[in-house]
Write a protein that binds this ligand. Structure first.
Ligand code: SF4
Length: 665
């Protein structure tokens, strides 16, 4: 018997119209566990580096986390992986909600889609009954609307549906896959789904998932629940409210947005509005939020309720996605009422709420700079709210200038030219990053921004506080019950971290300590994405209920695969290295690993170079960021060694890709 996992994947070829239930190899589970790890293995094995995102040979993988469908608290993530049209690298984006557990109960760990359907279709998975169904009547429908229509058509109110909107159908490079209570937004995964002619996947499952040692497993789950309760009663002291509790990211419950509105850039990420947050704004925003927020909601098997349903006047109800509450508001330099209004439209269209607002703000800035003209923008209203709605409508339909902007700021700037590249200033590896413009270089964030292959800084950070507390005694108090640290020296790193002076950024933490901290933070994210645990309960917040010391027992008791901290760390490292190997084979090198020039005002080129050198070495990568032969062999990735030898990649020292990055089509 297989424990925690079902042991079967569904293979769908939309070109041939075939459906196959394929048993998986338990030895691969032992090496990679599941979720992101096994997704990366499949992409490595079956999608050659020359495969373009919009190719029938590109795969779109809906992979459940290994522990999804078990009683593990907050374990509900589907990890969607493919080759991104935006970055031309591997994209992996997580969605919560209820879809992953439902797929496990239907009897499958992953749905792997290849090919391209000539007509728009959707997939209906109901235990062993699987159909590819006509979706022509759903063309142009909103993503949330589609889910509802499919549930009615199937007469299955309990079906969980992942769907794309108009943006995915029109292959907008930042199109998302929406799931009603969550979405997989980064990397243009919805565009690949649209390219395949797949409007939605509906799932209903009624089978059981078995765990290997139920008593021990339930003990682990209960301890996690107890700790969640403890943290609810004991918020972290000395940090802004948004960082004091658990969840992802809890903002629908709080009104104090001083931290985001003060520290994050507005418009096209040029500047911050340091004095924006006043009592008057707080009162107004509180009224706005209270008037539209209908109820708090959770994902599958999670007590936190950090999402909320929103009903803006005259608009259908929708769920506000992570951080979307502020992205449209701040990009359009408007207020919260408008943010709630446009987010509903954007959710139905199915776009990423990180990229879409930045792309629209970029267009407005180009227009104001005279680079885009009245001819490009014929009919655009003069007010910011009107402009944003106008732009969004055109982008998702790829109409006029919308067709150019639909490729995201990096590719749009290349098409527009005339100096517009300077306005696409917030990108890393061709995708829009979180719009922050800060003062002093932070060495921890520098390495995370450079080397992260998840497309969002909030999906890399966590665990270690973002800034030192002002007083040493507060730092000492913080570390007293810091059980999550891998070992005691991390406590000392924090206690000795001063806001000013010798032990302050950019030269503190030391290069060595910075490497260890970044590696710890990233490792926890890779573990979550393998198991399907929500980062809001694990890798993202301070002092989470899941950590490196209690996860091995949870995994062992669920799966029967014996695991300790060292073995789990090795799996995380293997998965992380395999993701990097996919991208190295696709041409990614050191030259691609740099934060936006203006991300920090004060930069330190010599220190930055040393940090990158040291971190590459720490990770077992060479000076180009390529995993070395020795480190690959140590991780049982000998097949990567062979491929790198065939491609001449180990000889590559000057940063020039051995093979050209494939084109987008
Ligand atoms: S913490 Fe929030 S986002 Fe995460 S599983 Fe729970 S309800 Fe969902």
């Amino acid at each position: 018997m297989r424990y925690a996992e079902t042991g079967f994947n569904l293979e769908i070829d939309l070109s041939r119209g075939s459906i196959d239930k394929v048993p998986t190899d338990p030895r691969v589970t032992e090496l990679h566990l599941g979720g992101l790890g096994t997704n990366a293995k499949i992409l490595w094995d079956r999608v050659p580096p020359e495969t373009a995102p919009f190719s029938e040979d590109n795969l779109l993988i809906f992979g459940t986390g290994l522990l999804c469908g078990t009683p593990a608290i907050g374990c509900n993530r589907t990890i969607l992986s493919t080759i991104s049209p935006q970055t031309l690298l591997m994209a992996f984006s997580m969605m919560g909600g209820f879809w992953a557990p439902e797929l496990k109960y239907a009897g499958y760990d992953k749905v792997i889609v290849r090919g391209r359907s000539p007509d728009l279709v959707y997939l209906w998975i109901h235990n062993d009954t699987i159909e590819i169904r006509d979706a022509s009547h759903l063309r142009g429908k909103g993503a949330v609307e589609t889910s509802e229509l499919i549930r009615r058509e199937l007469k299955e109110p309990g079906a969980q549906v992942s769907a794309i909107g108009l943006a995915g159908e029109n292959r907008v490079y930042f199109a998302s896959v929406e799931q009603g209570r969550s979405s997989a937004s980064r990397g243009g995964i919805g565009a690949v789904m649209g390219d395949k002619g797949l409007k939605a996947i509906a799932v209903r499952g009624t089978n059981d998932i078995h765990v290997a040692r139920p008593d021990q497993f339930m003990d682990c789950c209960n301890q996690v629940l107890e700790y969640i309760q403890f943290r609810a009663e004991n918020p972290i002291q000395g940090v802004p409210p948004i960082l004091a509790g658990l969840g992802s990211p809890q903002e629908m419950a709080i009104h104090d947005e001083e931290w985001h509105t003060t520290n994050f850039a507005w418009g096209n990420a040029r500047h911050r509005l340091k004095d924006y947050w006043t009592e008057e704004v707080e009162k107004k925003w509180t009224e706005s939020l209270e008037s539209v927020r209908k109820r708090f909601i959770s994902c599958y098997n999670c007590p936190l309720k950090c999402g909320a349903t929103i009903k803006a006047p005259g608009l259908p109800t929708y769920m506000m996605k992570c951080y979307s509450k502020l992205t449209y508001t701040m990009a359009s330099m408007t207020d919260l009422d408008f943010g709630f209004k446009i987010a509903q439209r954007a959710t139905e269209y199915g776009v990423d709420a990180f990229s879409a607002p930045q792309v629209m703000a970029f267009a407005v800035e180009l227009y104001e700079a005279g680079i885009l003209t009245d001819r490009d923008m014929a009919g655009m209203p003069s007010d910011n709210e009107g402009r944003f709605i106008w732009l969004l409508d055109r982008i998702v339909r790829r109409e006029g200038i919308g067709d150019v902007l639909a490729d995201g700021t990096h590719w749009a700037a290349r098409r527009i030219g005339r100096g517009s590249e300077a306005y696409a200033h917030n990108n890393i590896k061709r995708h829009e990053q979180l719009p922050l413009k800060l003062g002093m270089l932070n060495p921890i964030y520098f390495l995370m921004y450079c080397t992260g292959e998840k497309m969002n800084i909030t999906q890399i950070e966590g665990q270690f506080p973002q800034a030192p507390f002002a007083k040493r005694e507060d730092r000492e108090a913080f570390v007293k019950d810091w059980i999550q640290v891998p070992n005691e020296k991390f406590k000392q790193y924090f206690v000795d971290w001063e806001p000013r002076g010798e032990n302050s950024i950019p030269f503190y933490p030391s290069i060595e300590a910075t490497c260890e901290i970044v590696d710890w933070q990233e490792k926890m994210h890779y573990i979550d994405d393998t198991l399907g645990i929500c980062a809001g309960l694990s890798s993202f917040p301070l002092k989470p209920p899941y950590h490196i010391h209690n996860l091995p027992a949870l995994i062992s008791s669920a799966t029967g695969v014996e695991m300790d901290e060292a073995a789990l760390s090795q799996v995380a490292k293997r998965n992380r290295t395999l993701v990097r190997s996919v991208n190295i084979a696709r041409g990614m090198r050191r030259k691609d690993e740099k934060p936006p020039e203006n991300h920090w005002k004060k930069r330190f080129p010599e220190l930055e170079s040393k940090l990158l050198d040291a971190y590459y070495q720490f990770k077992g990568w060479n000076r180009q960021g390529i995993p070395t032969r020795e480190s690959l062999e140590e991780l049982s990735l000998d097949y990567v060694v062979q491929e790198f030898l065939n491609m001449g990649i180990f000889d590559d020292t000057d940063g020039t890709p051995s093979k050209d990055i494939p084109s987008k089509e």
